[in-house]
Design a protein around this ligand. Structure first.
Ligand SMILES: [Zn+2]
Length: 59
């Protein structure tokens, strides 16, 4: 599995948070946590999850 990365601002947030991980699943988990803690969001909507998936790119 190759490394992937994600930047929060690709979802439209004025946020510098970014991460790199070994798999998409790991990023999705961390994004759920970050969205809850940093952006006061509850569960991610299906729309947002789709955006997250698209924003995950090879590192
Ligand atoms: Zn953020």
């Amino acid at each position: 599995m190759s490394a992937v990365k994600f930047e929060c601002r690709s979802l439209g947030f004025p946020c510098e948070w970014a991460l790199r991980a070994g798999s998409k699943a790991e990023i999705v988990e961390r994004v759920r946590e970050h969205a809850r803690c940093a952006h006061n969001m509850g569960e991610l909507s299906t729309d947002l999850l789709v955006k997250v998936e698209h924003a995950i790119v090879p590192a």
